[in-house]
Design a protein around this ligand. Sequence first.
Ligand code: SAM
Length: 341
Amino acid sequence: MSALLPVFRGEVSRAPWRAEVVAPRAVRLSVTDRCDMACVYCRPAGSETWVSPRDRLDVDAWTSLVAALTAGGIRRVRITGGEPLLYRDLVHLVERLATLGLDDLALTTNGARLGSMARSLRAAGLRRVNVSLDSLDAPTFARMTRGGDLTRVRRGLDAACAAGFDEVKTNTVVLRGENDGELDAITQHVWSRGATPRFLELMGVGEGRVLGEGARVSSAAQRAALAHLLDDGDGAREAERGPAVYLRARDGSGRRVGFIAGATETFCEGCDRLRVTSDGVLRSCLARTSGVAVGAVLREGAEGDALRAAMRVAWSDKPDGAWRGCTEESAASVSMRATGG
Ligand code: SAM
């Protein structure tokens, strides 16, 4: 077996809150860096580089990796991308991961192919789905996603809601002058499907940095726009479910809206996530471009001990918890689709 290839750059700094999170508990897998949309805040308008087909991981490699991470303490897995529904063997991958005894197995998708895949993904053992839904206005949707077909995404969301997942949520990145007048309409639409809408601040990662702060609508402003629908108060995070803060509907229905303040707040504190890029690099943080490359050894049939060791090395690169709003310099050169949003 060849040696693991650490690709660290820069200093490793110790986080003051690390005592709380001594080991990673969650992982996001970017199973492919390919995507059939090109959202303006995610992908550059010009040329892009792609992971070579020979560096992609197959179902066996992903399953071996997740099995090793699970043995090392990981309990929750989210499959993302790129667009994970473009990964040819996705249903099979879900089937395999579902046998590993995880506490959670979830997927983030643009939803365009969910109309035909939601039921088989559910049957394969997928528990929860997040669908990105930036607008309910077809021209706005097409502009923000550079060509996305809203009709297909609406059909995909409806299929997910009908497929019996434990939970369906939507993600909307709010951009000034684009979809910032739609928060009420999106909330009502998603609630009417029995799902939970979430609104995201534009993060300064990759293309988000290029769009700049002028395009960002803060979570505070997003909450203000929905104040007539939601309880007052700070809201609450869900235990072991990432950085979103949820407020309940004023009408007592129990419905909720989530807000992810990825720019104006820090969510480093208590972060227990690792990420794996589509070519098998373990990264400790969305804003980091460094990591530990395990793709080659996985393809050669790496042993669990080596993979768990790689996980520990990757985790030791976790930033210091002082990151606020992707201000780390490295964030600007992160490709969201390769790292997995
Ligand atoms: N293709 C899938 C999708 O559309 O959901 C999964 C990958 S996508 C990178 C995951 C999530 O990241 C999406 O909800 C997307 O809106 C979000 N995202 C991408 N770039 C972002 C940015 N700069 N700021 C905030 N959210 C971003």
